[in-house]
Design a protein around this ligand. Structure first.
Ligand code: NAP
Length: 294
């Protein structure tokens, strides 16, 4: 049975790790006193992820065995996604934890939404937001499933950093104390729709992986060599799949022009908890207060 060597570090890929919440997730993992990780920080911009890594390496409380690696990755580019997967395959042969953190909202677009209540929106904005927030993560997941399947860890984890703005329940349930105020949230219409779609995608993925009958790694789109959960003859038993969705809370980052109410270091806590949690459920949507209704 393939198990992780006692000293083997879990390999974690974090998308959008050069700034904001993604950087703080990397920082918390890198300074976790409990265990070391090999953290792959990805970003579209090589220089900014290099400077993020320089900052992390200078931390006095960096775990002495933790290692950091930059990886260029643009979620809107098929070439970039396949190069990133090929790089991890060549260098590491497997991946243990995938944190889908990167996303954009209106504030990242070249054609800004100046009036949040404007009834009409631009096609290019819809394309950009869905490409980055839904299609890119889905295609990246597919590209990395063979590597996640090859993980020797007892749990192979995929964490989707989503938003409660994508909660259909909170949007429609007006008597819920956490009901989403559309007067404010309509600035984020395209973003909210992309997160609702991402949540649905994550739920489907969790189900597909949980029900892959030992052939884990099957994305449901056809299985590739090495994706199998049990190796030929069943001599190798693979770990459990954990696929979960998390809302980090309203946070001061570029995503909302720094209007959020908490610091990125606070937001990263719930994501890191899911990354480090052993046991627990798959297919959930959570925030710091517990389960978020879909
Ligand atoms: N901030 C909040 O209030 C809040 C609330 C709920 C959920 N969230 C979620 O938290 C996550 C992190 O957001 P954040 O607030 O930290 O935002 P942020 O500071 O704007 O960071 C977004 C990250 O995504 C990366 N990115 C953007 N487009 C990309 C692309 N095409 N390919 C690869 N990476 C790309 C950015 O890298 P570049 O440098 O390459 O642009 C950046 O690292 C997102 O999933 C967001 O939806 C945030």
């Amino acid at each position: 049975m393939a198990t992780a060597a006692p000293d083997s570090k879990a390999i974690v890929l974090i998308t959008g790790a050069n700034r904001g919440i993604g950087f703080e997730i990397a920082k918390k993992l890198a300074t976790s006193p409990d265990k070391p990780y090999h953290i792959i920080l990805s970003s579209r911009h090589h220089s900014s992820v290099e400077s993020a890594i320089t900052t992390l390496r200078a931390l006095p409380n960096l775990h002495s065995s933790t290692t950091l690696e930059p990886l260029p990755l643009d979620l809107t580019s098929d070439t970039s996604i396949s190069s990133a997967a090929a790089h991890i395959s060549t260098k590491h042969n497997h991946l243990d934890i995938l944190v889908h953190n990167a996303a954009i909202s209106f504030s990242s677009l070249s054609t800004h939404v100046t009036d949040p209540h404007a009834p009409q929106r631009e096609r290019e904005n819809w394309h950009a937001i869905f490409d980055t927030n839904l299609i890119g993560p889905a295609l990246l997941t597919d590209a990395l499933l063979p590597l996640l399947s090859a993980s020797p860890q007892p749990e192979r984890k995929i964490v989707f950093v989503s938003s409660k703005l994508g909660s259909i329940a909170y949007t429609f349930d007006e008597v819920n104390s956490r009901h989403i105020d559309l007067n404010d949230a309509t600035r984020f219409t395209e973003y909210s729709a992309s997160k609702a779609a991402l949540n649905l995608y994550a739920k489907h993925l969790a189900w597909r992986l949980e029900h892959s009958h030992g052939e884990g790694g099957g994305s449901g789109r056809g299985k590739s060599e090495g994706e199998g959960g049990d190796k030929k003859g069943g001599e190798e038993k693979k770990g459990k799949w954990k696929v979960n969705v998390v809302c980090p809370g309203y946070t001061k980052t570029g995503l909302n022009n720094y209007q959020g109410t908490q610091e990125p270091s606070e937001a990263a806590k719930i994501v890191v908890r899911l990354v480090q949690e052993e046991g627990g459920e798959t297919g959930t949507f959570r925030d710091k207060d517990g389960i978020v209704p879909w």
